[in-house]
Design a protein around this ligand. Structure first.
Ligand SMILES: [Zn+2]
Length: 272
């Protein structure tokens, strides 16, 4: 399967961004770690009930693979909301070996500093990778259905445009591996919120499958919201991977009925 994410190690899919060679971005698989049982083997979430020493060992493995030491990673306490934090070297190491020091109540990060790795945990939710190479800016957001309908995608664009004065045409976004419409059935409660954020948009990212049941394409919904926020459509790439279908590669919260590990999405920038 050809995809903007390519598996380069058993542990790792890397974003293939030939136009931005200084950017290191990717998404982990469930393989190559030391965790056991439901977390076997490469669980990178500290908050899911796994043995923290296994998670730290897995994180160290990823740090070695990427050559980004843990002191340069930044992790958050993700709450399915839309708060986004601008981070600097001072935040380096937060949440990387203990959950208590993670940046509280935050589902998005961005930075203009090099050699920092923004790192968020996923098991079906949508990872959104933001890049404005001309401005040295990178960002990462966690968009499950709640973060998506609260429009965390649009919030990142707003912050970069209004607070950082980055022209919209300089922003690129990649929508990473997440649960696909093939495996994601939601009810009216979710679809009401989707309709509200779409504000009468014609192209709907869901299809009714039975009474009160809909197959929702969260990746496509984020893409529509990014375009509404002013991102050029040709600056948005979407991964085809479904975390639920690709059982051989990924943990899936829905497929594994809640008790499962977490993949990590990450983005950093090497020194020029
Ligand atoms: Zn699927």
């Amino acid at each position: 399967m050809s995809d903007i994410f390519r598996q380069i190690e058993k542990e790792l899919l890397m974003l293939q961004s030939h136009s931005f060679p200084q950017i290191v971005a990717g998404f982990t698989t469930k393989h190559g770690g030391v965790s056991k049982g439901a977390f076997a083997t490469f669980n990178l979430g500290l908050h899911v009930g796994d043995d923290p020493s296994f998670v730290c060992s897995n994180r160290q493995r990823l740090a070695d693979l990427l050559q980004f030491p843990l002191e340069r990673w930044i992790c958050c306490d993700q709450i399915h909301d839309v708060h986004i934090e601008k981070v600097t070297t001072d935040h380096g190491g937060k949440g990387t070996t203990d959950y208590q020091s993670a940046i509280a109540g935050t589902d998005g990060l961005y930075t203009e500093e090099a050699r920092l790795l923004l790192a968020l945990c996923f098991a079906d939710c949508v990872p959104l990778y933001f890049m404005a190479p001309k401005h040295g800016m990178i960002g990462l957001a966690h968009a499950g259905w709640k973060g998506t309908v609260k429009n965390i995608a649009g919030e990142m664009v707003r912050l970069w445009h209004e607070c950082e004065q980055i022209p919209l045409e300089d922003i690129y976004v990649v929508i990473g591996p997440s649960i696909g419409a093939c495996c994601y059935i939601v009810d009216d409660r979710v679809i009401t919120r989707v309709d509200r954020v779409l504000e009468g948009e014609e192209k709907l990212p869901y299809k009714q499958v039975s009474i009160g049941q809909y197959a929702l394409d969260l990746k496509e919904l984020n893409k529509v919201l990014l375009i509404k926020a002013g991102i050029h459509e040709e600056h948005i790439d979407v991964s085809g991977y479904c975390t639920s279908c690709a059982d051989h590669l990924f943990f899936s919260h829905r497929r594994d009925q809640g008790k499962t590990g977490r993949m990590m999405a990450f983005i950093g920038r090497k020194e020029e």
